[in-house]
Design a protein around this ligand. Structure first.
Ligand SMILES: [Cu+2]
Length: 132
């Protein structure tokens, strides 16, 4: 086989290996950072009555001082929440102070892990109209 062809094959193989390493790195890095594991209300849930509180459970301990949670309702009105508290080392909870009429609400959260990485996300849930 001519040398140039062998070289080209070696270079092609090297770039495939490089691409696989890149994919593996980007796919495996994310789970080690703080992320939202679950919430109450759950993402995309439809619940029969307005929740007493918004509870977010993370994969790591969030820095409470730099954690924020906002709830925005129909017509972009924000729902009043009590200051965030820690329910356990990885869970923050905010008591709902405002009234939540039926409709779809968006929870936006922003926090920082102990390692300094910032994480944020949003999810929605719906308070169903009262049954008559
Ligand atoms: Cu991190």
């Amino acid at each position: 086989m001519p040398l140039s062809l062998a070289h080209r094959r070696a270079r092609a193989a090297a770039s495939v290996v490089f691409a696989i390493v890149l994919l593996a790195t980007s796919a495996s890095a994310a789970p080690f950072h703080l992320h939202l594991l679950k919430s109450s209300p759950a993402a995309n849930a439809t619940i029969a009555a307005a929740p007493d509180s918004i509870r977010l459970s993370f994969s790591q301990t969030p820095e409470l001082k730099v954690t924020s949670v906002t709830v925005t309702g129909p017509a972009s009105a924000s729902v009043a929440l009590a200051p965030l508290a820690s329910a356990d080392s990885a869970t923050v909870v905010a008591r709902v102070k405002g009234k939540m009429s039926p409709g779809t609400y968006t929870v936006a959260w922003h926090t920082m892990a102990k390692d300094g990485h910032v994480a944020r996300g949003t999810f929605a849930f719906t308070v169903a109209p009262a049954k008559r």
